[in-house]
Design a protein around this ligand. Structure first.
Ligand SMILES: [Zn+2]
Length: 594
């Protein structure tokens, strides 16, 4: 298989403040085998198959253009669903990521032609009775009602507009499409004009309605263009009721709709990087710490019935509607932002690994060639993926009749699974995740090929091609012990491999050098914060699930797979990775025998 590396990325013009390490561009890392790649392939099949005219229906209808005979969608893109067209921005991002990572021209062409059609919608605003720059599948009058606090149809209009803006930005940045830039800046101009007329208290009141990551995307447009008016617009979306307690590290999350908040925190991180104002950094960091430590399940997900509850409420909330997938998608974005500010801490990628492997990887149905997903991941004893309450439709997502928020973030997640495996600074390569992949570290003319069946195997190898003096910082996860590193078969001595730190291997590298990392795994329990007798069971990074019962002993039955047996309620049961628990009833949290 040949790999293509695309260099059309449009770089931001503003230098980020406070950043001391960087993520690689999507075009620099390719997946080569394993579950990450399999998930990606299924999503790519769907992205290249879906009928683009159906996705344009609501935009065209709203902007008074012909819908060209296209069929209407159902679910959250039905013509009468209040925030219809929230989904299309996710498609734009996913197509852009598909092109950036694989060079697939079908994805590129779909993104570009979709954007061209959106431009026609925007150009017809005068005839449709909308203001210049407006672009949406629902009437502009919903924004008037939002501002007057009389909006009663269930719409979250800025939430939907945020998705469109984020998608247009990704098409501009990853594909280099200047039409996407023009449509984006016109829409952002509409936001700026509209919000610029409101008083501070009108803006703060308006933010009582979910608005996605408006501060994030506007800050990103500032980073991209250097035009300060976008930063000013971003800062109008600083939600004081949420930011103020977080700035002083108070956990006031109880009762809040969870996924409404996380994008605001990502925005705070982007605003810190734009301004250097440490209050933004503190808000983002404190939000992450509070959520990870006091509101997250063993699989890394948070929320029950879409809401945060009291701090450490875990065992009390093991239900069918736990762990909305969007929240984890957004928490991982926040994690990346924070890691670049503090790349010596492995806490960030310990969480990233935990959440990606145990929540989001298994959110996708491996039996579905279109990679459909589940909205919640039930943690109720005897739960089953794809069999949730009404939001989830009682099923997996479908081709045209779901279009839930989590389906949108799902197609994004599964087209950027490679984006956090590695990181870098001027002298260092960070190895953050263990998965088969090739990195083109073009900044140093070095190629890294990682080969592994991790987490089935506890060992990974990294082959270096290219020469030079630099350090490899290898994440030694907190779950391991007695980690070993060898180079060209020789055990490395004098390098600390303390769990929960980066092992730093500095040398003059030669083409063909092979680094072997062994991270021994063992059975461990992850107790619920609020009930020490209730715990999930993990083997190394992998949360295991099995049949309902109380667990006493867990034994691995094979070295070549992650199959286990356990004794529960006096019976032997089978256990395996939770990410493989699709199509049957499972148990994740157990009452532990004393
Ligand atoms: Zn969601």
């Amino acid at each position: 298989m040949a790999f293509m590396y695309i260099t059309l990325k449009v770089s931001p013009v503003v230098t980020e403040q406070g950043t001391s390490a960087y993520a690689f561009d999507l075009s620099q890392v390719s997946l080569t085998s394993g579950r990450f790649l399999e998930n990606q392939q299924r999503t790519l099949t769907y992205l290249k198959w879906v009928d683009v005219n159906r996705l344009l229906y609501n935009f065209r209808a709203n902007h008074k253009l012909s819908t060209n005979g296209a069929a209407k969608n159902g679910g959250w893109d039905a013509p009468d669903f209040p925030f219809r067209t929230h989904m299309q921005g996710h498609f734009l991002t996913a197509w852009a990521q598909c092109y950036a990572t694989t060079g697939d021209t079908t994805c590129r062409d779909r993104a570009k032609s979709f954007v061209a059609e959106l431009q026609k919608c925007q150009a017809n605003n005068a005839a449709a009775g909308f203001s210049t720059g407006y672009l949406s599948g629902f009437p502009e009058s919903d924004f008037s009602a939002l501002e007057a606090r009389t909006l009663s149809n269930g719409n979250v209009p800025y939430y939907a507009v945020h998705k469109t803006m984020a998608g247009l930005l990704d098409v501009w940045v990853h594909i280099g499409d200047t039409t996407a830039r023009d449509v984006l800046l016109a829409l952002a101009g509409w936001v700026n004009t509209r919000t610029g007329k409101l008083s501070t208290s009108q803006m703060q009141n308006l933010m009582g309605t979910e608005f996605g990551g408006m501060n994030e995307v506007l800050a990103n447009i500032y980073h991209q263009t250097g035009d300060k008016k976008w930063l000013t617009a971003a800062q109008r979306f600083d939600h004081a009721a949420v930011f103020d307690p977080l700035a002083s590290n108070q956990d006031k999350l109880n009762g809040l709709h969870a996924n409404t908040q996380v994008p605001k925190w990502i925005g705070a991180a982007r605003e810190f990087k734009a301004t250097g104002t440490t209050r933004y950094r503190d808000i983002a960091r404190n939000a992450w710490d509070i959520t990870v430590k006091a509101h997250s399940y063993a699989i890394g997900g948070n929320s029950q019935a879409e809401h945060f509850h009291e701090p450490n409420g875990i065992a009390s909330y093991l239900t069918t509607d736990t762990a909305e997938a969007c929240n984890s998608y957004n928490m991982l974005k926040l994690t990346r932002e924070l890691w670049t500010l503090n790349p010596s801490s492995t806490t960030y990628f310990d969480f990233y690994e935990r959440t990606l492997m145990n929540h989001l990887l298994g959110q996708q149905n491996p039996a579905d060639s279109h990679g459909h997903i589940t909205y919640f991941t039930p943690l109720i004893p005897g739960g089953k993926r794809g069999v949730g309450p009404a939001w989830g439709g009682g099923t997996w997502s479908t081709d045209y009749d779901s279009f839930w928020c989590c389906q949108g973030t799902g197609i994004e997640t599964n087209t950027k699974l490679m984006d956090s495996i590695y990181g870098y600074d001027n002298s260092t390569l960070f190895v953050n995740l263990f998965t088969p992949s090739v990195l083109k570290w073009t900044q140093r003319s070095v190629t890294i090929t990682q080969t592994t069946t991790f987490p089935v195997s506890d060992t990974t190898t990294l082959k270096v091609e290219g020469v030079g003096d630099w350090a490899m910082n290898i994440r030694i996860p907190s779950w391991t012990s007695n980690a070993e590193i060898s180079i060209n078969g020789q055990k490395v001595t004098g390098v600390s491999t303390t769990p929960g730190s980066y092992a730093r291997v500095s040398r003059t590298w030669t083409s063909g050098d092979v680094v072997t990392i062994r991270l021994p795994m063992s059975i461990r329990t992850i107790a619920a914060n609020d009930k020490s007798g209730v715990a999930a069971v993990a083997f190394g990074p992998v949360v295991l699930s099995g049949n309902y019962g109380s667990s006493a002993s867990v034994k691995r039955t094979s070295d070549s797979s992650l199959d286990f047996t356990a004794s529960a309620n006096g019976q032997n049961i089978k256990m395996g990775p939770f990410y493989d628990a699709q199509g049957f009833n499972y148990n994740v949290y157990w009452t532990m025998a004393s």
